[in-house]
Ligand binder design. Structure first.
Ligand code: ADP
Ligand code: ZN
Length: 721
């Protein structure tokens, strides 16, 4: 009997058994189509003993419909799917979905029609047609893409195609990517860098699982060094995955990669078009894609012969996914390296405490780069005590900071002001009655954005134009902005320094690769004097003329008291400080604070990283917090407040009584309403020895809750809202 067990891509279904029809050959990992009722579903033939058993007798089994034209998922990837589902208490189907994340790719080879100018003049000319003919010189793409390039409607282009001015070209959807050349532009490394690179190269050539912590100060050449690791993998014809925390960073990275390897790598992120997605997926699965640079979801792709994983800025919070499967890409990357038996490099100037602990215990191999490349010095850091040197009323920049900015502008150098708050003001209220503008879907204030003239919720995206009158008391022109966001700081700079060219750099202004590239080009060309930015500009950028960094409000991140508040503040400020003085001119950092005595501020001012980490380690040890203990959160939500509360209470009422696990709550989550759902939270603190996931799974398995209630489990949570 030719019976197989499938993992199907539907989390509501368990494993399903099928019969393999005569003439079809499948193996574990094969991606197949199977009948389910009147429909057909995609599934993966799984190792039978690794999924729950089913009870359908052989005689009742339905035959598989077909084998999809993609390589079988390799065993290391199947193990990764199982591990991720198990560790994060997620459905294996949900993880498998992240693997088979391009529907187009599963359909096999395909062609598409692109168009280009034929040289034929259309008989009838219109202004629109003239624009199109003008702007499409040398372009070849689908009509829709060409319409985007030319800024005309697709209809105009269809007309041009009918008139013969655009000619169709049939292209292979999966045409090969240009080849990266490991010898294209080999750098000369300094001795410290060379030593580090040699260790990576040896590990890559030898193969086998080795997790590295590449711990090097900002500007020490971490990227330069792991690029040599990439070159070694290319020479071995192995694939490389580089995970970056933010798409906005990719642009600078791609440029740098091209300079080193002669061509751009394959990219993977959520805003790829479906044709780009399928092309990348198939090239990854066939082994043709050499280097893939991507967001965390690139981790689950079916690499044919992965030889190295790099996680850059490995401490970044954005590697943690906070919806769907709530995984931490940094940790899953290490597991993938283990299953695939390859080296993994975690690179950071400010590693997470968890990663440092792993290096201290010898689990990760620590590679240090202690000095900035080319003799550049780390910047001088000092503190501005806002209680002693306050800004004038209604302003946010202290006189000392302004003086330093003016000095920079006179010398033609650049300043970066860091404030981790998008928009103009975090809170808007009515001067007359005190009414505060709140999101209807979330327990959050609406943030004023002056550029786009909107009040916006940063949680759900709800937006309204600022109303002419207060909705509560009806007074006109009564709205006041409270507190600063980056836009307001930019206004303040313009008022103080009218000549200065100011740029705001946030996810609102650098929201496409083109805009990010334009920003980088302008900053490099010294067409910007002052950059005002959020955490987006704390990393990756290298502007040699940037010599002053001002931290507008160092206390902001310390409020709220979340478990990692101090660590995150340290990382953010150390990273943004690392943008200063990267060229030949020395850099200076001024930190505005009302708490100069706080340990994290003192450590930053003293440039004493070890002191900070030691104090933080002790605090964590005492609190039983990671890496010494573990946390998990259970969030119970519903659109109906009472339903959410009742479900959370029911779950809380059956809390397991296990000696090494403490359970707090349920209580309304700090974000008690999010995207229209009421949220209750239970927090779990466990010793490292506890079988945390098993306890949670057994606990939650007892409940049959209505579909309108969602229960999500967050293992090793980063967000405590
Ligand atoms: P990090 O990733 O540690 O912040 P980078 O790799 O970005 O450091 O290096 C900082 C700057 O120094 C970059 O502009 C980089 O091109 C340059 N650099 C570092 N090492 C070398 C080298 N060996 N040769 C030439 N330039 C280098
Ligand atoms: Zn909202």
């Amino acid at each position: 009997m030719n019976r197989v067990r499938l993992l199907v891509l539907n989390a509501a279904l368990g494993p399903l058994d099928y019969r393999v029809p005569e003439g079809m050959v499948v193996e574990p990992g094969s991606v197949v189509l199977a009948p389910l009722g009147p429909r057909q579903i995609v599934g993966v033939v799984w190792d039978e003993d690794r999924l729950e058993a089913t009870s359908v007798p052989d005689s009742k089994l339905r035959p598989l419909v077909g084998l999809l034209p993609v390589p079988p998922l390799p065993p290391e990837l199947r193990r990764l799917v199982e591990w991720t589902a198990d560790y994060y208490c997620a459905a294996p189907a949900s993880v498998a979905r992240m693997v088979l994340s391009s529907g187009g790719a599963l359909k096999g080879p395909a062609t598409m029609t692109e168009y280009r100018l034929s040289g034929v003049e259309p008989q009838r000319m219109t202004p629109q047609r003239a624009v199109a003919l003008d702007s499409l010189q040398g372009e070849q793409a689908t009509l829709r893409e060409l319409a985007g390039i030319a800024g005309v409607s697709e209809g105009v282009l269809r007309g041009l195609a009918n008139a013969g001015a655009l000619e169709p070209v049939i292209v292979d959807c999966d045409r090969p990517f240009p080849r990266a050349d490991p010898h294209h532009a080999v750098p000369v490394l300094n001795p410290e860098q060379q030593e580090a690179a040699d260790i990576f190269i040896a590990a890559i050539k030898q193969g086998g699982f080795t997790p590295f912590l590449l711990d090097g100060v900002t500007g020490s050449g971490k990227t330069e060094v792991y690029f040599e690791g990439i070159a070694a993998a290319l020479e071995e014809s192995r694939q490389v995955l580089v995970l970056l925390p933010e798409i906005a960073l990719t642009e600078a990275f791609l440029k740098r990669f091209e300079e080193r390897f002669g061509t751009q790598p394959v990219t993977w992120h959520s805003s790829l078009k479906s044709t780009e997605r399928r092309r990348a997926w198939r090239a990854i699965a066939s082994g043709e894609a050499q280097v893939v640079v991507g967001a965390r979801s690139a981790l689950f792709l079916p690499y044919a012969k992965l030889g190295l994983i790099v996680v850059d800025e490995a401490h970044e919070v954005s590697f943690k996914q906070d919806e769907g499967v709530r995984y931490n890409a940094r940790d899953v990357a290490v597991m993938r390296g283990r299953f695939a038996q390859i080296p993994v490099i975690l690179a950071s100037a400010t590693p997470a405490l968890e990663s440092l602990q792993m290096a201290d215990s010898g689990t990760y191999k620590r590679i240090e780069l202690a000095a900035r490349y080319g003799g550049a010095q780390l910047p001088d850091v000092s503190v501005i005590d806002l209680r002693a040197d306050p800004p004038p009323r209604g302003r946010w920049l202290a006189p000392q900071l302004v003086t330093e900015m003016e000095a920079r502008a006179e010398r033609g150098e650049q300043t970066l002001l860091f404030l981790n708050r998008r928009g103009y003001a975090p809170l808007t209220l009515c001067r007359h009655c005190g009414y505060r503008f709140q999101c209807p879907n979330c327990s959050a204030w609406l943030v004023e954005h002056r550029f786009s003239q909107r009040l916006a919720c940063h949680h759900c995206g709800h937006e309204v134009p600022p109303p002419p009158a207060c909705p509560e008391c009806g007074t006109e022109d009564c709205l006041v902005a409270c507190g600063p966001g980056v836009e307001r700081i930019a206004d303040e700079v313009t008022e103080l320094m009218p000549e200065a060219r100011v740029a705001v750099a946030t996810s609102d202004t650098l929201n496409t690769p083109e805009r990010a590239a334009e920003f980088i080009a302008m900053a490099e060309a010294k067409a910007i004097d002052v950059i005002v930015g959020t955490q987006l500009v704390t990393k990756g950028f290298h502007f040699p003329e940037l010599t002053l960094v001002g931290v507008v409000d160092a206390d902001l991140g310390l409020e709220g008291g979340d478990l990692r508040a101090a660590e995150r503040t340290y990382q953010q400020i150390a990273q943004v400080a690392g943008r200063a003085g990267r060229g030949t001119k020395p850099g200076e950092v001024l930190i505005q604070t009302r708490h100069p005595e706080a340990p994290v501020i003192a450590a930053l001012a003293a440039g004493d990283r070890d002191a900070f980490y030691e104090a933080e380690t002790e605090a964590r040890r005492e609190a039983g917090a990671p890496p010494f203990g573990r946390w998990a959160a259970i969030i119970v939500s519903s659109e109906d407040e009472a339903e959410a509360r009742d479900a959370a209470r029911a779950i809380g009422g059956k809390r397991p009584d296990v000696p090494d696990i403490a359970i707090l709550g349920p209580a309304p989550a700090p974000l008690a309403l999010l995207r229209g759902r009421y949220r209750y939270r239970l927090l779990i603190n466990a010793r490292r020895t506890a079988r945390l996931q098993d306890v949670i799974r057994q606990w939650l398995a007892q409940f049959q809750l209505p579909n309108s209630v969602r229960v999500s489990v967050d293992i090793d949570p980063y967000s405590f809202v």
